[in-house]
Unconditional design. Structure first.
Length: 132
């Protein structure tokens, strides 16, 4: 992924209803901002057996088109320094700079938080020219 493009990355330890809601909204936001080559992906920090199949089923069930799923070890990618106690961590970055960072312990991610994260995506998008 090109560092100059806006990117939303979610690190998660397991699938939950609110995580699914966030993923669906980020997928839709990514699709609607394809003109600026926005990218979104979810890194599952888990070694749970059968997770790959579960994620494929989730993507099909929710008709996800623009968000990618990956699986890493339970600690997550070293360079991101994901907190052990964080169940869900979201980074929104553009041009290699993190513009917004959210972290939630298990069970803390709520619907209002999902909306807040999605609203903050505007921080990584290039300004749209005002239509007249």
């Amino acid at each position: 992924m090109n560092g100059a493009n806006p990117v939303a990355v979610v690190f998660a330890r397991e699938v939950s209803d609110n995580l699914t809601s966030l993923v669906k909204k980020l997928d839709a936001t990514t699709a609607s901002n394809s003109d600026c080559k926005m990218g979104s992906f979810v890194v599952f920090c888990s070694d749970a057996e059968g997770l790959d199949k579960k994620l494929k089923e989730l993507a099909e069930k929710e008709h996800l088109k623009k968000i990618a799923f990956t699986i890493d070890n339970p600690a997550g990618p070293t360079r991101y320094k994901i907190a052990k106690e964080a169940d869900v961590t979201v980074l929104l970055y553009h041009e290699g700079k993190v513009e917004a960072n959210f972290a939630y312990k298990k069970g803390e991610l709520k619907a209002d938080d999902v909306d807040t994260i999605v609203k903050n995506v505007s921080k990584i998008l290039p300004e749209k020219k005002a239509e007249k």
